[in-house]
Design a protein around this ligand. Structure first.
Ligand code: TRP
Length: 334
């Protein structure tokens, strides 16, 4: 608890471009969470180096992601948005937790298997212990809830196991985190293969709307979106493409699926797609304008980076010192 509020932590990698799916499905809904939770959103650059990165590119993307979070409405006075590498406690706790995690547990992680297959030329130890660093991220802040997608649930599960194991030996050191189950956003699918999630790493650029896409690009991608031959704007899961477009339109306008069906009753897919495109453009425009303004305001972003790292470091150190003491590391002489 911080100031009577439960603690929420989430981390995101600065790889690839954020999509409309990330925004409507997650980010947009995070904006109000700070009323109920003390929120930490870390740009997890330590995780990023488990695959080879170009240094200049990594630096640029990390800053861009941090800026985008603010542009999307996360107020950095109320949310702690910071770089993982600026808080050394993540690395320190991660080492310690490595010694309380079993090889067998890590061997079962499906993401490790996937990533090892994808990066067969660089299966490094960091890729293997990635979940331990993630556990450190979460446990360092005495986190109560973690908003994660399905793909990260297994990592949250191992985090809980490590925390419980540690607590069983040393007493109540860590809070045991739960997945965040609250109002979540719409699940936005690919525009080209609507049975798949819209992904920032999709190889087909037409499958995803990126938050920085200009209006022409947005309109063109919706025009090309995969639909069906029913020729009816119906909120029917079997019409996966149209169903997804209705969800997008609904998330952007606040209209219900029923209202949308009525609005486009008797109209063609061409009209509907154009309307969806325009609705998305009007959501992205203010976000892009704020992003551009923020990018010009270097001093402001730098002050956010500095102040929030200090804040994160304060809470991280509290937990880390407790852990070190419990383990039996010698006391610091001051
Ligand atoms: N592994 C997460 C992902 O790729 C990112 C992440 C790192 C994270 N640390 C975290 C998410 C802690 C939630 C909590 O999406």
């Amino acid at each position: 608890m911080i100031d009577g509020k439960k603690i929420l932590f989430s981390g995101m990698q600065a790889t690839g471009n954020l999509t409309l799916g990330n925004y409507l499905g997650a980010l947009k809904n995070w904006v109000t969470l700070c009323d109920e939770y003390e929120c930490f959103y870390s740009v997890v650059d330590l995780h990023s180096i488990t695959v080879r990165q170009d240094p200049a590119e990594l630096r640029k993307r990390a800053r861009s992601l941090l800026t985008l979070y603010i542009a999307a409405g996360l107020d950095p006075e109320k949310n702690c948005i910071y770089y993982q590498s600026h808080v050394s406690g993540h690395s320190e706790l991660s080492w310690i937790l490595n010694c309380y995690t079993y090889m067998g547990e890590l061997n079962r992680m499906t993401q490790f298997k996937d990533k090892a297959a994808k990066h067969a030329d660089n299966i490094n130890a960091g890729l293997f212990t990635y979940p331990v660093l993630m556990a450190a991220d979460i446990l360092l802040y005495q986190t109560d809830v973690v908003p994660v997608g399905k793909d990260q649930l297994q990592h949250l599960e191992i985090t809980r196991d490590i925390a419980q194991r540690f607590n069983a030996i040393y007493g109540d050191v860590f809070a045991i985190p739960e997945p965040y189950i609250g109002k979540t956003g719409a699940s936005i699918k690919s525009l080209q293969a609507p049975e798949k999630k819209m992904s920032k790493s999709d190889e087909n650029p037409n499958a995803s709307i990126y938050l920085m896409d200009d209006p022409d690009t947005v309109m063109r991608k919706f025009k090309r979106a995969v639909t069906d031959l029913e020729a009816q704007v119906r909120y029917n899961p079997e019409q996966a493409g149209i169903y997804n477009l209705i969800n997008i339109y609904s998330a952007c306008t606040g209209k219900t699926p029923e209202e949308i069906e009525r609005e486009f009753d008797g109209k063609g897919y061409g009209d509907f797609k154009a309307a969806v495109g325009e609705a998305v453009v009007s959501v992205l425009r203010p976000l892009q304008e704020r992003y551009t303004d923020l990018c010009q305001n270097k001093d402001y972003i730098n002050s956010v980076i500095k102040n929030n790292a200090e804040k994160a470091n304060y809470y991280a150190m509290k937990t880390l010192r407790k852990v070190q003491k419990k383990i039996g590391f010698p006391e610091r002489i001051r």
